[in-house]
Design a protein around this ligand. Structure first.
Ligand code: C2E
Ligand code: MG
Ligand code: MG
Ligand code: MG
Length: 281
């Protein structure tokens, strides 16, 4: 009898796996289609400088507007795109779209800001610096318009090769920031070798401020590491005034989070820029 139920289990699991694979394949085919049919778009979440209280940039965050399923968040398709390699094409689209948007804001006479684009490990190849420089030139943009956010996982394999690519990017004048900082495995001995501009405190630490003393300690330690290494530091996921107060008194340079603004469609972000939104409202 137990043999029978095991057999049922085997059938059950393999059907389950088939369904999972079919769903992944549907998503992959859909994403390929989305790339060619204008279903991807960018939202822009403002970044504020604590010193001035003004918008100094924005993070471009990709969304997939699916004709039947509605707005699909990146957490539902970026991991798959990373696994299949499709993330390279998604990344090309994102860089292109962000630069086109920056050009249009520049031509409209809006104050210059820095647009941050997220780059996956698989995109971080020796072809990237050339593509970035070619794209900036094609849109007539100074490199100060652009920033690339990379995560620690990008930096884990073949450090020397990765540092070479980072050096070529920063030599262009494009800023690099280390996203989700503190959640990966990069060691402090590598951190000093990375030519980065900004450390980005991960939301998982910001969330615990001020009630969790460990999160407070980690956040203020990241801030002082950044200061010692002459990097800027930004906190992501700021949702409360208490978090803002703590970060401000700890010497954090910049903040980003729902307390100030959700990621916005381009037209709404443009309005925020025109109206010169500040931390004081
Ligand atoms: P990330 O780069 O760490 O981006 C921050 C995420 O936190 C965004 O989610 C943003 O909407 C969300 N967030 C910002 N402020 C708050 C807050 O105050 N509270 C909470 N709860 N969340 C906040 P989103 O847009 O869903 O993006 C998720 C992740 O997907 C990003 O994490 C990034 O790793 C990835 N991603 C997004 N766009 C791209 C892209 O163009 N290329 C690549 N490779 N990855 C992307
Ligand atoms: Mg990011
Ligand atoms: Mg982040
Ligand atoms: Mg994060």
């Amino acid at each position: 009898q137990s043999g029978h139920s095991e057999e049922e289990n085997v059938t059950f699991y393999s059907q389950d796996m088939n369904q999972g694979m079919q769903e992944r394949m549907r998503l992959e085919t859909g994403l390929r289609h989305a790339l060619g049919h204008g279903q991807l778009l960018l939202h822009y979440q403002p970044k504020f400088a604590l010193a001035s209280g003004r918008i100094i940039g924005a993070e471009a965050l990709v969304r997939w507007h699916h004709p039947e399923r509605g707005m699909i968040p990146p957490a539902e398709f970026i991991p798959l795109a990373e696994a299949t390699g499709l993330v390279v094409q998604v990344g090309e689209w994102v860089l292109e779209a962000a630069c086109a948007q920056a050009q249009s804001w520049k031509q409209a006479g809006l104050p210059p800001i820095r647009l941050a684009v997220n780059v996956s490990a698989r995109e971080f190849t020796s072809a990237l610096p050339g593509r970035v420089s070619e794209t900036l030139a094609r849109y007539g943009l100074e490199p100060s318009w652009l920033e690339l956010e990379i995560t620690e996982s990008t930096l884990m394999h073949n450090i020397d090769r990765v540092i070479g690519i980072m050096d070529r990017i920063t030599a262009l004048g494009v800023a690099l920031s280390l996203d989700d900082f503190g959640t990966g495995y990069s060691s402090l001995s590598y951190l000093k070798r990375f030519p980065i501009d900004t450390l980005k405190i991960d939301r998982s630490f910001t969330t615990g401020i001020p009630s969790d003393s460990n999160d407070c300690a980690i956040a203020s330690t990241i801030i002082s590491i950044a200061q010692q290494l002459k990097h800027k530091v930004i906190a992501e996921g700021v949702e409360t005034v208490e978090q803002l107060a703590f970060l401000k008194s700890s010497g954090c340079d910049e903040v980003q989070g729902y307390l100030f603004s959700r990621p916005l469609p381009a037209a709404e972000f443009e309005r925020a820029l025109r109206e010169n939104w500040g931390l004081d409202g």
